[in-house]
Ligand binder design. Structure first.
Ligand SMILES: Nc1ncnc2c1ncn2[C@@H]1O[C@H](COP(=O)(O)OP(=O)(O)OP(=O)(O)O)[C@@H](O)[C@H]1O
Length: 805
């Protein structure tokens, strides 16, 4: 057992990811390669320049290369003479100078770490220019010479043989046009404007010349407005003679029909303001990008965006046919049933002197909603009070009256259908709403009363509380939530922490441990069934939360979505600990059990996570059978605005979950009420059976997985140990209270303390150790309770007093 001393939190080491082999150069290597290129460029340039003067002299000795006895006149000796011969004489002629420039430029680009894609462009265009110039020069020469080189001369001949001299000249002109159009975006308009400007300049020059020569000429002031100004002026002028008939027309309408107020602005009064056509130039200056942004852009350009799914790039999402289709899925309308229910509702209300003006029905999968509009003057509370009477007259369970339906102004009466239909998970997952949803964590909950699939975003909830009596559909609901996420999210994007004190409900998910589950580093099973481990896991999640907040803070992001986006755009350096963060969904199947055994030790981290974890992508789903106030405490309720209530047995339970009644009137088998803080929506939960879940987990489990489950940070908790705390100052605050309980009961057991003081196992164990050190209880005796060494409370009081002296 780990040594119990001081509380110690260990931060998770950022996981080291294996780096892909890269051909990228380090900065030092770049400097070396870059400077070599620059030197080569300079050397080539010197050789070429020198060749212009010494080329002829070196001609005779070219054949003797490479001999050490021979000395060339070229400033770069044999090397320069030979290279110049290749490039200029036998190559492209004088345009070859461009190559020396390109080499030099390449060196600069590599050394300064500039965008290589731009350099590539320079090389392509540079080479094209060299070829064009070489042919161009070749056009004018009639022998091999250094103007166009052998290539220029030969290519000219080649073209002239086929298309003649004129054809070659036109081809060169065409090449030039293509270059100008692509490189400098020159268009036909450019030439027209060029021509116009030239004409205007010429005219201006001519006019100013004229006015300068006639200095004494008086310039007349032009009183007449320009054409444009005239049109604006006339637009503002309202023709007065048009207004009178309009007014009289309106007064006539008022006389004829005083209630009808139809205001229509007279057409004649429309004022059209014409904006003078002024050409506005808006200069858009590009915002200076930071250095990291530039680097990120470059990385994205070179390698594309970071893909978190790359490690399991062949992962296949489970196909739809793993889910079962049901025969009785479609809604069948039983006209007789509808008519019968309608008549009974109208009759019952009539018996209580409640008249209605209209009634309509919406048939859902489990219940039908009858919407009634009562006659004027009828009190809504009167109808609400008749809930039981209507249920009696319809002889049906699960009638719920919604008075009034929010936003509709009608009163709703929900009556269960005689034959409920199953909403299959298949239909929910296959629905367009789910398939096309762009939510972060989409969940297909089931179908509403109007038969629409309800898809909600867990990331927006941001936590979910699920309650309902046993056998009403909680486990199915949890499976529906998990299945939805499995159908939509890649293993790299979401991880589950599953807590299953019942030990049977979530075991199927073991198969996807290395794909989707998260666990503590030292634990064997990813699914947590042991309550002591839950405490460690929750605390570990709190550490993960703190770590994530640090990462977000350093990345200047407000939430996980922003952070992951930045990471994908390679704006965050993995060497600084940054990594792609998957969403973490914590599912606790039986929360009541946990609170009963571990009390505050569970409630505190849960409340902390619920309050703070939404922004960093940790979401909680908590299910409980016992929705009593000591399980769903105020602090938990306050942080779980999204709630699902399956059928419960009492109004009080319903109130605990939903802050109102309703859950007690449900009919079970997946019939549920969902709220995200405001309205209650009645939903038939999508049904997913155990064999379906098994098929899905098997399908995923059989695919290539990560080497291990997602590891949560290590948490060294307050383990119960064997070392005794001798120091009185280090004693637990509840020490005295615990001693009194033990002495009163004369039973030295940790579980007694757990029950009486509502403590977790660890703390109770530690208290027992302290009691042992103080001589109040005896030593550890295996499965038997420890012996209590103090006979009564008076003796205890004395013992404690003596101790403190
Ligand atoms: N959405 C649903 N549609 C149809 N039938 C359902 C639905 N949900 C549950 N049922 C039926 O109710 C039974 C009990 O459901 P479930 O096991 O989910 O209950 P539970 O609330 O988890 O119970 P417990 O708390 O005892 O585990 C299921 O076996 C199934 O027959």
């Amino acid at each position: 057992m780990a040594k119990r001393t001081t509380k110690k939190k260990t931060k998770a080491k950022p996981k080291t990811k294996r780096k892909p082999i890269s051909l990228k150069l380090s900065n030092q290597q770049k400097l070396i390669v870059g400077s070599l290129l620059i030197i080569l460029g300079v050397l080539l340039f010197i050789s070429f320049v020198s060749f212009l003067f010494t080329g002829k002299e070196d001609q005779s000795i070219l054949s003797e290369f490479p001999s050490r006895q021979v000395e060339a006149k070229n400033w770069a000796n044999q090397f320069g003479a030979k290279l110049s011969e290749w490039f200029i004489t036998k190559g492209f002629g004088l345009p070859s100078f461009i190559f020396s420039g390109l080499l030099f430029l390449s060196g600069v680009y590599v050394t300064l770490n500039l965008k290589l894609s731009k350099l590539r462009k320079h090389w392509i265009w540079g080479t094209l220019i060299v070829i064009w110039l070489s042919i161009f020069f070749g056009f004018f020469t009639h022998k091999y010479d250094i103007l166009g080189g052998v290539i220029g001369y030969e290519m000219n001949h080649f073209f002239q043989d086929y298309i003649g001299k004129i054809g070659t000249a036109l081809l060169l002109a065409f090449g030039l046009i293509v270059y100008l159009a692509i490189r400098f975006k020159v268009t036909g308009d450019t030439f027209v404007n060029l021509f116009k400007n030239a004409k205007k300049d010429f005219k201006d020059d001519f006019d100013s010349n004229e006015s300068n020569t006639a200095e004494d000429k008086v310039v007349p002031i032009d009183n007449s407005l320009s054409e444009e100004a005239e049109s604006i002026k006339s637009a503002f002028e309202i023709p007065l003679d048009n207004i009178e008939p309009t007014i009289s027309k309106h007064s006539k309408i008022e006389k004829d029909n005083p209630t009808e107020l139809k205001v229509e602005p007279p057409k004649e009064m429309e004022v059209i303001i014409k904006e003078p056509e002024v050409e506005m130039k808006i200069e858009v200056t590009e915002e200076e990008k930071s250095e990291t942004d530039n680097l990120a852009d470059k990385l994205v350009e070179d390698f594309g965006q970071f893909d978190p799914t790359l490690e399991l790039s062949n992962f296949q999402f489970p196909p739809l046919d793993l889910l079962k289709k049901y025969d009785n899925e479609g809604i069948s309308i039983d006209q007789d049933e509808l008519e019968e229910n309608k008549n009974r509702i109208v009759e019952t209300l009539n018996n209580y002197k409640i008249g209605i003006t209209s009634i309509s029905a919406t048939i859902g999968p489990t219940v039908t909603l009858y919407e009634i509009v009562p006659e004027a003057g009828i009190r809504i509370s009167k109808i609400k009070n008749l809930e039981d009477d209507i249920a009696l007259s319809l002889s049906a369970l699960g009638i719920r009256i919604i008075a009034p339906i929010p936003g509709k102004g009608t009163i709703g009466i929900e009556v269960p259908n005689k034959n409920a239909t199953i909403v299959s998970m298949h239909s929910a997952i296959a629905s367009k709403k789910f398939q096309n949803s762009a939510m972060q964590l989409p969940i297909a909950l089931g179908k509403t009363i109007s038969n629409e699939t309800l898809v909600v975003d867990l990331a927006k909830m941001p936590h979910l509380l699920m309650a309902g009596a046993t056998g009403q559909g909680k486990s199915v609901g949890l499976n529906a939530v998990l299945t939805s996420l499995l159908y939509k999210k890649h293993p790299a994007e979401v991880k589950f922490v599953l807590v299953d004190p019942k030990k049977v409900e979530l075991t199927l998910f073991n198969k996807i441990e290395r794909h989707y589950l998260a666990k503590l580093p030292d634990s064997e099973d990813a699914i947590i069934t042991d309550n002591t481990k839950v405490i460690n896991t929750l605390n570990s999640l709190c550490i993960e939360m703190d770590n994530r907040y640090d990462l977000l803070k350093n990345a200047f992001c407000r939430n996980i979505a922003e952070y992951n986006k930045k990471f994908k755009e390679r704006k965050l350096n993995p060497n600084d600990g940054h990594q792609f963060l998957p969403y973490i969904v914590l599912v606790v199947d039986e929360f009541a059990d946990l609170i009963m055994t571990a009390g505050k030790e569970v409630e505190t981290p849960i409340a902390r996570l619920a309050q703070l974890a939404r922004a960093i992508g940790i979401h909680l789903i908590i299910a409980t059978q016992r929705p009593s106030v000591n399980v769903i405490t105020g602090i938990i309720k306050a942080n779980f605005p999204a709630r699902i209530a399956f059928r419960v047995t009492s109004k009080i339970d319903s109130r605990t979950i939903l802050d109102g009644s309703g859950a007690d009137q449900l009919i079970g088998r997946g019939d549920m009420l969902y709220t995200q803080g405001n309205d209650l929506i009645r939903i038939q939960c999508a049904f997913v059976d155990t064999p379906e879940v098994e098929r899905i987990t098997e399908f995923i489990g059989s695919q290539k997985a990560y080497p291990d489950a997602y590891l949560l940070p290590e948490y060294v908790g307050e383990e119960g140990g064997t070392n005794l705390d001798i120091d009185i100052a280090d004693r637990d605050k509840l020490f005295k209270e615990a001693a009194q309980i033990i002495v009163t009961a004369q039973q030295g057991s940790a579980s007694l303390l757990q029950r009486k003081l509502k403590l977790g196992y660890n703390r109770a164990g530690r208290l027992i150790d302290q009691l042992e050190a103080a001589g109040i209880v005896g030593g550890f005796e295996g499965s038997k309770a420890r012996q209590v060494l103090v006979p009564d409370l008076i003796a205890l009081e004395q013992l404690l007093e003596n101790e403190s002296q």
